[in-house]
Design a protein around this ligand. Structure first.
Ligand code: ATP
Length: 238
């Protein structure tokens, strides 16, 4: 079997005495679009922050394309190719769209390619090219989310993680954004998406994981999970 894009084994993470992740293991194949779902407070963001090097696990291993990530500083994790677009976008609203995008390309590897990558981001989101010199504050919520995803792409990820990208967006914008996420996967980037929009994300995902009680309680293809009774009752109210 080829080396997974991301391989996490026996991860334990907490805040002080509060344990959030307990013996969590998951694996993401190269080029896959994988959904991670779970209730509010289940620990999804904690997992991303741990992979990013912002939190230290008390035990367990994290490997990105076979290279150990645990113990590395956040900028080193980005240089290795794990880039996340955080929940809530976190743009600089008084800066132009172009400047916001370029913020993503500050690493050594990404800086050298930034003009080419900017072109690719503009191909994916043409509206951002048209409006590139306007302040980010002039954009709608959906367009701001495009900037947040585009900024993460500017860092040249091999694994792109998106934390609740559909939060607060109108349904039509969610559909457009999810189409763009599929295109990013089709360009060869492995994608991990955290989502509350369980139905839509499992419809587009190649594979999904459910985080409950600090660990992975269920996994399967999007169709398998959508057919699971516990999942339907807990996350879809069916
Ligand atoms: P949401 O969908 O609401 O973003 P989540 O699944 O991403 O939830 P986390 O944000 O990872 O969950 O939080 C997991 C648990 O850790 C929660 O109980 C939360 O209260 C707690 N927690 C998160 N950040 C901290 C912190 N900095 N200090 C202490 N506890 C925290």
């Amino acid at each position: 079997m080829s080396t997974p894009a991301l391989d996490i084994k026996g991860l334990h993470v907490g805040y002080g005495d509060a344990r959030v992740l307990r013996d969590l293991s998951l694996s993401i194949g190269k080029g896959q679009l994988v959904a991670l779902i779970g209730a509010n407070g289940a620990g999804k963001t904690t997992l991303l922050r741990t992979i990013s090097g912002l939190l230290r696990p008390s035990s367990g291993s994290i490997a990105l394309y076979g290279k150990a990530l645990e113990g590395r500083a956040p900028h080193q994790v980005v240089e290795h190719g794990f880039v996340q677009s955080p929940e809530g976008k976190q743009l600089f609203l008084e800066m132009s769209i172009r400047e916001n995008l370029l913020v993503g390309a500050h690493g050594k590897r990404a800086r050298a390619m930034r003009e080419q990558t900017l072109k690719e981001v503009f191909e994916l989101f043409p509206i951002l090219e048209e409006r590139q010199h306007l302040d980010a504050s002039t954009l709608s919520g959906g367009q701001q989310q495009m900037v947040a995803v585009g900024r993460a792409l500017m860092a040249k990820p091999t694994l792109l993680a998106l934390d609740e990208p559909s939060l607060g967006l109108a349904p039509i914008m969610v559909d457009r954004l999810f189409e763009s996420i599929k295109k990013i996967r089709d360009l060869g980037v492995t994608v991990l998406v955290i989502e509350q929009n369980v139905f839509k994300v499992l419809q587009m995902a190649d594979y999904g994981y459910v985080l409950e009680n600090g660990g992975i309680s269920m996994q399967g293809t999007g169709d398998e999970l959508l057919g699971n009774e516990h999942l339907r009752a807990t996350y879809l109210g069916m």
